[in-house]
Each structure stands twice: as C-alpha cells, then as structure tokens.
Design a protein around this ligand. Structure first.
Ligand code: NAP
Ligand code: GCO
Length: 267
C-alpha cells in the first residue's frame, strides 16, 4: 500500500556537496529509493573523482559529478543549465554543502564570518533560486535544506555557523510560504552530531588514548548515547524527497538521537 509513497522512480536529485559525508549518504539513499539520476557537485576535482569512485563502488552508475562553488551565482546557474541539458529536470534539490569555522566570535575576522554565511546560507538561496523557476513551471518540486542543532542552539566558537543555520531554518519556511502554491515543498533536515570529516576534530583521541572531551560531552548530551552515522539520515531524507511528504512544508525534521528534547544528565 505505502510502497510507492516513498519511491523516487522517475526523479532526478541534485545534492550539493554530495562527494562524501552526509550528502553522499543521502544521495545513496535516493538511488536506493529508485531515483533516475543522482547529480552532485563539490569544490574541487580531487573530491569529484573520489566521490564518483565512491558512487560506482556503491553500485550507482546513473551519477554525474561536477566541480562548482555554490557561492558563485553564475557558476551555479551554468551548472543548472548543464544538468537540464545532460540529465533533465531537477525534481529534488538538497542544499547540503556546508562549512564550519570554530573560532571565538571576538577573535573571528569579518571575512571568516562572511565565508561561513556565504556557503551555509547565501548558497542555499542561490541554488534554490536557480531551480525554482523550472519547478514552478512543472508545478512540482522538493527542496531540502540541511540545517543543524545550531538552527536551534548556540555554543562557544560557532557564531557564524549558528547564524547561518538559524537563517537557513527561516529561509526554509519562507520558500515554503512563497512557493507552496506551486506544489513545491521546502523542508529542513536537522542532523544531530554525525561522524563525518566536519566533526572529525571533535572526535580525535587524546594523546593518552582517552576520548576527546567534546566527544564525551556529545555522548552524554545525546539520549541515544552515541554519535550518529550519516546513513541514519537516509529514511528521513527519502521521506522529505518523496510523495509521502507532499503535505509537509516548511518543517524542520531533526534527526538528532534526541538531543533537542534533553536537558542533559544530572550531575
Ligand atoms: P563534509 O563531510 O565536510 O562535506 C561537506 C561537503 O560540502 C563537501 O562535499 C564539500 O566539498 C562541500 N562544500 C563545502 N563548501 C563548498 C562550496 N563552496 N562549493 C561546493 N561544495 C562545497 O561535511 P558533512 O558533515 O557531511 O556536512 C554536510 C552538511 O551537513 C553541512 O551543511 C553541515 O553543516 C551539515 N551538518 C553536519 C553535521 C555533522 O555533525 N556532521 C550536523 C548537522 C549539519 P569538497 O568535497 O570538495 O570538500
Ligand atoms: C560543532 C559541530 C556542529 C555540528 C552540527 C550539529 O562544532 O558544534 O560541528 O555544529 O556539525 O551542525 O548539528
């Protein structure tokens, strides 16, 4: 009965920053759900090639990888044209490419703050604005913005990232408000703490072999009692890309092992 609800047969998905990490896992889940084509972009040729190898190793042949800086508006518009010509319509956009800089706010240079805002907030606007006109014509589209715990919470050293991811939550709601009438759904996926290269510095073993204090902190702060794996975002990501979520719009689906529900362990 519900089988077809989650099928992505006939759909093409563009996942920004999909060469590895969370974007790669989401893309693999879309391929497994039957998507026709997976398209990803990343920031450099070495990453593109490594990403393509990883998709092929996962048995995914209908995949195209491109080098495209998501903050470069012209390059993004050129890429969208190229995807239309080489693959067809973009039914699903996942704004996943992202960076973080962990620097105390009062020591951060304005240019560093701006770079995080550009990649994590301005780029999702650029990519969404580039795909929306064609989605409006077809009266169908899914846009998924990868948010964060920092869409809701602050912590030391991540001011620019929190500002960007909080903004991305509101951009999500606004895209929903502005284009919902065209049968375009824009939702956020808010991962908790996921073991990827972005968080590797927070999980490094200490010289004496003990856990990084931040690693231990996250395990204690997460009711699940562990970091999550990127593959655990697969189900929610497929849901938000599929017909099953056609009435879900402007929502942020947190996949955090319970972090946002929990005040923390009593001392
Ligand atoms: P990751 O492994 O570092 O992957 C980030 C991807 O973004 C890479 O493919 C990278 O390209 C791409 N990218 C960065 N800047 C780019 C630019 N200017 N143009 C094009 N591509 C660019 O990180 P991740 O942990 O998978 O994170 C993916 C998303 O999830 C990010 O938005 C992140 O903020 C968010 N997130 C992560 C966590 C977590 O705990 N890991 C939790 C919540 C949210 P290259 O391959 O060329 O470097
Ligand atoms: C940090 C982390 C986080 C995660 C994620 C949480 O330094 O606190 O990198 O910001 O990457 O976004 O959901």
């Amino acid at each position: 009965m519900t089988g077809d609800l989650f099928s992505l047969k006939g759909k093409n998905a563009w996942i920004t920053g999909g060469a590895h990490g969370i974007g790669f896992s989401i893309a693999c889940a879309y391929a497994a759900a039957g998507a026709d084509w997976i398209v990803f972009n990343c920031s450099n040729e070495a990453s593109r090639q490594k990403g393509l190898d990883a998709y092929h190793a996962a048995g995914i042949e209908n995949v195209r990888g491109y080098v495209c800086d998501v903050t470069d508006e012209k390059a993004v518009h050129d890429l969208v044209e190229r995807i239309h010509a080489e693959v067809g319509p973009i039914h699903i956009l996942v704004n996943n490419a992202g960076i973080i800089k962990r620097i105390p706010m009062h020591e951060m240079k304005r240019a560093e703050f701006q770079q995080v805002i550009d990649v994590d907030l301005v780029a999702p606007y650029i990519c969404a604005a580039a795909v929306v006109p064609e989605m409006m014509e077809r009266r169908e589209g899914k846009i998924i913005n990868i948010c964060s715990m920092m869409s809701e919470l602050g912590r030391e050293t991540v001011s620019a990232y929190a500002a960007a991811k909080g903004g991305l939550k509101m951009l999500t709601r606004n895209i929903c408000s502005e284009y919902g009438a065209y049968n375009i759904q824009c939702n956020g996926l808010g991962p908790g703490y996921i073991a990827t290269s972005q968080t590797a510095p927070l999980r490094e073993r200490q010289p004496d072999g003990s856990r990084h204090p931040f690693d231990a902190f996250i395990v204690a702060k997460t009711p699940a009692g562990r970091w999550l794996a990127p593959e655990e975002l697969a189900g929610p990501a497929v849901f938000l890309a599929s017909k099953a979520s056609d009435a879900v719009n402007g929502h942020i689906l947190y996949v955090d092992g319970g972090i946002l529900a929990y005040i923390g362990k009593q001392p």
